[in-house]
Design a protein around this ligand. Structure first.
Ligand code: ZN
Length: 314
């Protein structure tokens, strides 16, 4: 293995530092699998991969793993892909639900969240706040029109619950039993219904997610770059992200989503926040109600939900 070009870019010391870092990837669908392999190819030395799914024929056209891995655990398949690219990497594949492995988050220097359901995201959010871990979440919009990536830190800014309440608010429509579930809408169990986007559109978002995760890992080095906000919104085609503001194809916008002082999870890290924690089912239900958000509205622009129905990719 020759890392000379990566080494020339990052510096010998920084590359050596990356080899000591651990990335956790939660959810190894099309986006998560790409992000995991991209980080391995960027010099990260240790991986913990968690997913409870197996690779099926329908996944192959938009997944890093190909037909050779059909029927295998996605976590095991991506672990093999990482070892093929970076044999020196230490990779642990866990076939299971993240909710059953939350203590492992404490071992991760950054958590890359690629799951499509909101419930596991809230579980990861709470555990990351407790363990003091930074998480990078990605979501791809309906039909792969674009997507967004946010960096959620344990000690400042919004937690994922604050963030989702703000940026997913227009999508939080309750779905009745007789209502047909449109793609990108939140289902009765608090999950987003996935719609396939083209691989080329998914990986643009996943590439940004991997890049921002790498930037988190490099925080103590000279290679770290200060980003203009905690969220980047990517347009794969012309997209009205803010009302009256059209982002051209391949454009990107940075947003700083504010913390919500009334957040039931973090309460902006108020001292009493730890005693006001609510159950996971309560948190999942948050996605099904539209909450008034007087605090955030005056601090940051609200996205126009009309053309940006959300999903994450599996
Ligand atoms: Zn919060």
């Amino acid at each position: 293995m020759s890392w000379d070009r990566v080494e020339r870019l990052l510096g010998v010391g920084t590359l050596a530092y990356l080899r000591t870092r651990t990335v956790g990837v939660i959810g190894l669908g099309s986006g998560g699998s790409f992000a995991a392999v991209a980080l391995a190819m960027s010099g990260v030395g240790r991986f913990i991969l968690i997913d409870d799914d197996v690779l099926e024929p329908a996944n192959v056209v938009r997944h890093a793993a190909d037909r050779r891995y059909l029927g295998q655990s996605k976590a095991t398949a991506v672990a093999d892909l990482i070892r093929q690219r970076n044999p020196e990497a230490s990779v642990e594949a866990i076939h299971g639900r993240i909710e059953d492995h939350l203590p492992r988050l404490a071992e991760m220097d950054v958590v890359v969240v690629g799951v499509d359901a909101e419930g596991p995201k809230y579980a990861v959010n709470q555990a990351c706040l407790t363990a003091g871990r930074t998480a990078v979440y990605a979501g791809v919009y309906e039909r792969g029109e674009g997507g967004d990536v946010c960096v959620i830190r344990p000690d400042e800014g919004p937690c994922y619950a604050c963030w989702a309440e703000h940026l997913r608010e227009g999508l939080a429509e309750p779905i009745g039993a007789e209502t047909e579930l449109d793609y990108g809408m939140i289902g009765p169990d608090g999950t987003l219904a996935a719609e396939p986007g083209l691989w080329i559109h998914v990986v643009r978002v996943a590439g940004a997610q991997a890049d921002l995760a790498l930037n988190v890992l490099l925080e103590d080095t000279e290679a770290h770059v200060e980003m203009p906000g905690n969220t980047v919104i990517l347009a794969n085609r012309q997209l009205e992200i803010y009302e009256g503001r059209v982002t051209p194809p391949y454009g990107a916008e940075w947003v700083s989503v504010p913390c919500n002082p009334d957040c039931l999870v973090c309460g902006c890290r108020r001292p009493h926040a730890a005693s006001s924690r609510v159950s996971l089912s309560d948190l999942a239900a948050l996605g099904n109600v539209s909450l008034e958000d007087d605090h955030a509205a005056s601090e940051a622009p609200s996205p126009a939900a009309s053309s940006t129905e959300m999903r994450t990719d599996s």
